[in-house]
Design a protein around this ligand. Structure first.
Ligand code: ZN
Length: 406
């Protein structure tokens, strides 16, 4: 209890700085009087905060207000070009990197594919890839934001488990922080993406939303009553090992018939190969194997075999979704992953399967949509930076001079 009371003064200070920044971000140009009125902070507090932001170069004067007959006031705006930040997504075998300014404009981007040798020692390889990507001059790096398909401890930046590389207790955040001397924000993919969808995408203005991402596992991000469901546990929102078939295929977790053995990309691609082989006589025109994207395209083009695979996947996925819908009753259910390329077929199948599994009351207000941000994973990752600026935490770090400059 004492810790909470002691910490609250620093927290209030941080939140006040964030409040000023968020007001400027929303209204673009404001006088100190406007800021005081909008934030509810005293004129003296606004003078102190804006002076520090001006000294730190985060805010600049941009003219004078000419409204009313009183004394003209200097207008302030965010200096969007003062700092840049690096937004990255670490995928399976590659990393997508993009440099943004504080307004969220993309300045440069690159995908680095790790060689087999680099994959063996991923952390030094990642640092090298970042160093090669970052401009050598005129860079003021504010922070690095990174997300990945794995279990991440929110505050420490430690990756509890990164399945593709089978890395456990991987010190990703602390190592990058040491290498680049800037704050590093690490998060699991889905937890970040639901925030981006809430901020800019398909779940904007939606108080209750669930994002289910189907890739090589099944991740879930949840917003309930406007609040992101978060926990220190890296295991939050992973439905990969929900058992759908007790006598099903053995999963790498040790269980049988887990959802990830039935509806993930690899599972659907394997189902295709098996069915194609069995139906070789009648389906000889089809390729022996396909990627999930090709499978979706074939289904959309009218191929029965691929449509059947999708239909079965929709039924199984609906069993996962039905649990979430009963639990959270969301207004919007966002589905992400390559499987949504066939959304025109998949979503009606899901609606039909859900209608047979759930009472109608649950489905009255439910909308199922595709996520907005799948094609550019660096943009949703950047939502972490905007949040850290608006809650004041990153802002104070920048004012303390914690940013790397080269
Ligand atoms: Zn499993």
């Amino acid at each position: 209890m004492n810790e909470i009371v002691k910490g609250s003064i620093d927290l209030i200070r941080q939140l006040n700085y964030g409040l000023v920044y968020a007001s400027l971000e929303e209204h673009k140009e404001l006088s100190r009087t406007d800021l005081s009125r909008l934030t509810g902070l005293s004129p003296a507090s606004i003078t102190k905060i804006t002076r520090e932001l001006l000294d730190g170069g985060l805010v600049v004067p941009c003219g004078e207000s000419s409204v009313g007959r009183g004394r003209r006031q200097i207008l302030l705006r965010i200096n969007e070009r003062r700092f840049q930040f690096l937004s990255m997504r670490l995928g399976r075998g590659y990393v997508d990197m993009a440099l943004f300014d504080l307004a969220g404009r993309s300045l440069a981007r690159h995908r680095h594919q790790f060689s087999d040798g680099e994959r063996g020692d991923l952390l030094p390889s990642l640092i090298q890839a970042i160093e090669a990507f970052l401009p050598k001059r005129a860079l003021r790096l504010a922070c690095i934001a990174l997300c990945l398909p794995g279990q991440v401890e929110r505050h420490s930046g430690m990756v509890r488990h990164f399945p593709y590389y089978d890395l456990r207790n991987w010190p990703l955040g602390p190592t990058l922080e040491q290498a680049f001397s800037v704050p590093v924000l690490v998060s699991g993919d889905v937890r970040t993406w639901i925030q981006a969808e809430r901020e800019w995408g398909a779940a904007k203005n939606c108080a209750d939303a669930v994002l289910v991402f189907v890739h090589n596992d099944i991740g879930v991000g949840m917003v309930v009553n406007g609040q992101l469901m978060e926990s220190e546990s890296a295991m939050l929102g992973d439905l990969s090992h929900l058992q759908l078939e007790p006598y099903g295929q053995r999963c790498y977790c040790g269980g049988f018939g887990c959802a990830c053995t039935l509806v993930t990309n690899q599972a659907l691609e394997a189902q295709y190969r098996e069915l194609r082989e069995r139906m070789a006589d009648t389906e000889s025109d089809l390729p022996e194997s396909v990627t999930i994207r090709e499978l979706c395209e074939l289904a959309l083009a009218g191929n029965n075999l691929c449509q059947d695979i999708l239909h079965q996947a929709a039924g199984r996925l609906a069993r996962v979704l039905a649990n979430l819908i009963c639990l959270l009753n969301p207004g919007k259910l966002l589905l992400g992953g390559e499987i949504t390329r066939a959304d025109r077929l998949l979503f009606p199948m899901l609606h039909q399967a859900l209608a047979s599994q759930l009472p109608a009351d649950y489905l009255v207000r439910l909308q199922i949509e595709s996520t907005h941000f799948y094609e550019d994973p660096t943009k949703p990752t950047s939502v972490q930076v905007h949040k850290a600026l608006r809650d004041g935490s990153l802002l104070l770090e920048l004012l303390r001079g914690g940013s790397g400059e080269s």
